[in-house]
Design a protein around this ligand. Structure first.
Ligand code: ZN
Length: 132
């Protein structure tokens, strides 16, 4: 099976790589901010020593748990996206960037890649595999 080569020029590939690296930095920054907020020193902890550990406001605690769940879901999605970005950068190095993974030889629309540079599929196949 012969490998289809990317249809993009070197300078186009550099442009996509730049987009991917920018997005990567943005996500890492968001994850860092999330981590900082989860380590917020104002959350009940050591300053409660000697006091009762029983929750005085169950509703507040429920909200905290809910927020944390949202944060974890966000962090999970962010890590998935980082993986996709790393794979896309690998494909740039590989010379196979911009080729639909579902059908060898089929090229992904450039406009789609500009909006979503980590895309693995063309629009048609993305809908089939439900890639978002
Ligand atoms: Zn396709």
């Amino acid at each position: 099976m012969s490998k289809t080569k990317s249809a993009f020029t070197r300078s186009e590939l550099n442009q996509f790589r730049k987009l991917l690296l920018e997005k990567r930095r943005e996500i890492l920054h968001d994850l860092q901010g999330l981590q900082d907020s989860m380590e917020d020193p104002s959350t009940p902890g050591e300053q409660n020593q000697g006091m009762s550990n029983l929750p005085t406001h169950p509703a507040d605690l429920a909200t905290d748990a809910y927020d944390q769940e949202l944060d974890l879901a966000f962090a999970g999605r962010a890590r998935d996206r980082l993986n996709e970005i790393d794979q896309a950068i690998d494909r740039i190095e590989d010379g196979t960037y911009g080729i639909c993974l579902a059908q060898p030889g089929e090229l992904i629309d450039k406009k789609r890649l500009m909006a979503k540079p980590w895309a693995k599929y063309c629009l048609e196949h993305a809908q089939k595999v439900r890639e978002t």
